[in-house]
Design a binder for this molecule. Structure first.
Ligand SMILES: C[S@@+](CC[C@H](N)C(=O)[O-])C[C@H]1O[C@@H](n2cnc3c(N)ncnc32)[C@H](O)[C@@H]1O
Length: 313
């Protein structure tokens, strides 16, 4: 796939209907030979649309007008390039906990939560956030995570988490303003509600920071899992991570997690775990949905940020 193709795919499959600004910019980049030549000077893994757009926002560049974006990107390319080589797309979305909650709350309690690809660890606090499923409220305080659920009832309790730990190639620190600033820049321009949610979730996590281990989800998982306390159900969890992992390593991770005691909860694009989307019930509409699964069994379509989850009949 060419860089232009990647930007068109991002515009049509990911940004369309969600971020008009990013949809416009990604289409404009795909048509711009100068910007494509700059991007093609980066390693392929660093040419990602979300990385470019996040870095330009992080540096204070304009993202509302394609010609202003183009001029800024060309004029500031050395700084943009340097940030694209050091920063990574690590969007950490606490909202995903709302879609995971029906699964987590139904497992034998208490839980020992181990998240791989945890970023700053905001998905390690499903027991501390408040939730709103239609008119059904659960818990109190900030943030309140909204989710439209179909095909299953809303959970009536939050899980009890007695141990939480995360593993990431590059853990971010919720107590470091620069890291929280980067997470903020990764949020798409129109999503002010997500920006407020990030700040509120980061405050929850910063009050009791998670243990985050720098490491790889295959090489370093067994040692971390071995530290989970006896008497709690070990849950290995990951959301929107495996698309960043090369396919042979995904297979090694799946074999590893299946051999561990406890349960495995995943929310990933269907093809990433080798599922044929055509063999699953049809997703609710044409937008990108992940598959929420328990122990390798697909349960529901989930919108990427946890704002909807549709259980299979
Ligand atoms: C898009 S972020 C998702 C973060 C979080 N799971 C969420 O849903 O909010 C993906 C994360 O996976 C991490 N990651 C990618 N490959 C990894 C690997 N092989 N081992 C551990 N972490 C990895 C990245 O560093 C990044 O923080």
């Amino acid at each position: 796939m060419t860089t232009a193709d990647r930007y068109v795919e991002f515009a049509t499959r990911e940004a369309h209907g969600i971020s008009p600004a990013y949809e416009r910019l990604a289409h404009a980049v795909a048509r711009d030979d100068d910007l494509l030549a700059l991007l093609d000077g980066l390693p392929p893994a660093r040419r990602q649309p979300q990385l470019l757009l996040g870095v330009v926002r992080w540096l204070g560049g304009p993202v509302d007008d394609p010609s202003a974006f183009r001029a800024y990107t060309k004029a500031h390319w050395p700084a943009i390039r340097a940030a694209m080589l050091t920063r990574a797309v690590q969007t950490n979305e606490a909202g995903r906990c709302a879609a995971l909650l029906p699964v987590l709350a139904a497992l034998p309690q208490p839980l020992a939560l181990l998240e791989v690809g945890a970023s700053a660890g905001l998905c390690l606090y499903p027991d501390r956030y408040a939730y709103r499923y239609g008119d059904h409220l659960l818990g109190g305080g900030d943030p309140v995570l909204d989710c439209t659920l179909t095909g299953t009832g809303p959970p009536t309790t939050r899980p009890e988490v007695v141990w939480r730990a995360g593993l990431d190639l590059n853990p971010l620190d919720v107590t470091d303003p620069a890291d929280v600033g980067w997470l903020d820049a990764l949020i798409w321009p129109e999503h002010t509600h997500r920006r407020a949610r990030l700040r509120a979730a980061a405050a929850v996590a910063a009050a009791d920071p998670p243990e985050l281990v720098r490491g790889d989800l295959v090489d370093d998982l067994p040692a971390l899992a071995a530290r989970a306390p006896a008497g709690a159900t070990l849950v290995v969890l990951h959301t929107s991570v495996l698309y960043q992992v090369p396919p042979p390593r995904r297979g090694a991770f799946v074999a590893l997690v299946r051999a561990l005691p406890g349960h495995w909860v995943s929310a990933e694009a269907a093809d990433v775990l080798g599922w044929d989307a055509d063999a699953l019930p049809a997703p609710p509409d044409g937008t990108l949905h992940n598959v929420l699964a328990l122990d390798g069994t697909p349960l529901a379509w989930m919108r990427s940020h946890g704002q909807e989850a549709h259980w299979f009949g």
